[in-house]
Ligand binder design. Structure first.
Ligand code: EPZ
Length: 441
């Protein structure tokens, strides 16, 4: 297993281009199995999650291969199985995105229920309710979803749950509805840019989808789709993560090949916390503040502050000059990063789905443990802003959603080393009068 060793206290500065969006790429790769012919996807990031889904598609009999840098070819001609087994689905919840495409193409799907994960309970009841509304028979047996449909029929599908709508649930229903007879209306659909990107790809393949990006999407069933070429949108969560890292270290950063309109609420929060932001149509420039101002925010569905950026903003606000109160309405338990940030000296208290962040003047380096994808990003940001050295173990969490993050941060002046995690590679803190020294018995 790999770890990061980070020397804090260096401002990030420079410019770089953002990778393709993980959360757009995954549902499009899954949808490609329902499309006739070979789909060519461009700007596909080199991520562990992309490799995991490629393995799953290959096990189904789909031919997936990387072409020139950043392109992926997906040819489902040889598809021979409708079973997505537990071993792969448990490592990546987004595997559930194959559910709708399998029912659409093969009339059946056997997909393992995704396990829980560190950010909280992850049910898929809304996905199943939507497929049933389109005429599929759906049952759960021994940890698997078994869905079958000889013929899908257009219907009105309502996707609001207790925590709001569902992004991948909207993706599953979007694909299945393309193959249903008649018209489907999705109410309370997710509006995320990644859902819009999937709809744009499907329309390029001959689908007739309208209203995507709003809570009401209409799909005219077409029965068959023909493969097309598509370039994945830039990753707004990676962009936000890099901007927050620049703000937290008081640096200056220009991001290119990014969609500023996908990030408007994040840019607003960064300005409120003291950063200076300049935007052009495909780039964002930030100058971090000398003094970080406290800001309250609520993580909620798009276009609100993304829950996938909540941990990173918490890391930034841990050094604000005052107290910030934040809430996560999407994943009320998404606070695994708090105990680790407190090991760096942050003063953060969780209360239910909220956290009270009392800003401290400085953070000091410490050994840390990553727990999930975005919590890991928060630890990297805090370590970059802390004084002295930090180590972050279990960095495989980060590799799921960030392409060579250590290289990007190093290119911007950050001191981030990737090492193999072994006791020998960990420089132990030198005992000093301030550290508790165990008295020999
Ligand atoms: C997608 O997950 C993203 N993943 C997540 O990003 C993101 O945090 C999330 O949307 C919210 O924006 C991908 O796109 C691959 P949801 P998804 O279904 O679709 C509840 C990252 O870090 N819910 O929109 O799984 C659910 O428990 C990842 O890149 C139901 O109750 O999330 C949650 O509270 C993490 N029933 C809320 O809805 C359902 O059937 C939103 O979940 C489905 C979801």
């Amino acid at each position: 297993m790999d770890m990061f060793v980070v020397q804090g206290g260096h401002a990030l500065s420079g410019s770089l281009s953002v990778s393709g969006a993980k959360n757009a790429c995954l549902p499009i790769m899954a949808a490609a199995l329902a499309v006739d012919g070979c789909t060519t996807l461009h700007r596909v990031p080199q991520l562990a999650d992309v490799r995991t889904l490629s393995s799953l598609l290959t096990k189904l009999g789909v031919n997936v291969r990387r072409e020139a840098a950043g392109s992926l070819l997906i040819d489902p001609t040889g598809i021979r199985s409708s079973i997505a087994d537990y071993d792969l689905v448990r490592t990546m919840r987004a595997s559930v995105c194959v559910l709708g495409p399998l029912v659409a193409r093969l009339g059946r799907a056997c997909v393992s229920l995704p396990g829980g994960c560190n950010i909280g309970h992850r049910p898929i009841d809304l996905h199943l309710k939507g497929l049933a509304a389109l005429g599929a028979s759906v049952r759960i047996e021994r940890g698997y979803v078994l869905a079958e449909a000889n013929r899908l029929k257009g219907a009105t599908v309502h996707l609001a749950g207790p925590q709001g709508t569902t992004v991948t649930g909207t993706c599953n229903i979007l694909v299945a509805a393309c193959f249903a007879e008649g018209t489907t209306r999705i109410e309370a659909a997710a509006c995320e840019p990644e859902v819009v990107d999937l709809a744009d790809y499907l329309n390029r393949c001959g689908a007739r989808i309208s209203g995507h990006g709003t809570p009401e999407i209409t799909i005219e069933g077409v029965g068959q789709l023909q493969a097309a070429e598509h370039t994945v949108i830039p990753d707004r969560i990676e962009a936000a993560t890099l901007l927050i890292a620049a703000a937290a270290t008081g640096g200056t950063l220009q991001l290119n090949e990014v969609e500023p309109r996908h990030l408007l609420t994040v840019l607003h929060i960064l300005q409120e916390s003291g950063s200076r932001i300049e935007v052009s149509d495909r780039s964002i420039s930030i100058t971090g503040p000398q003094e970080i101002q406290p800001v309250d925010f609520v993580a909620q569905p798009y276009p609100g502050i993304p829950t996938d950026v909540q941990a990173q903003l918490t890391a930034l606000l841990s050094r604000a000059r005052g107290t910030s109160i934040i809430r996560d309405l999407v994943f009320p338990d998404r606070f695994m990063h708090i105990p680790e940030l407190c090991r760096l000296g942050a003063d953060i208290r969780r209360e239910g789905n909220s956290a009270i962040i009392r800003g401290v003047p400085r953070l000091s380096g410490a050994p840390l443990m990553a727990s999930d994808l975005r919590a890991s990003a928060a630890l990297v940001i805090a370590a970059l802003a802390a004084e002295q050295e930090s180590s972050i173990r279990r960095i495989y969490h980060l590799d799921r959603g960030y392409e060579q993050l250590e290289l990007k941060l190093t290119a911007l002046g950050g001191h981030v080393q990737r090492l193999v995690d072994s006791p020998a590679s960990l420089p132990l803190p030198q005992p000093a009068e301030s550290l508790p020294v165990r008295k020999s018995a």
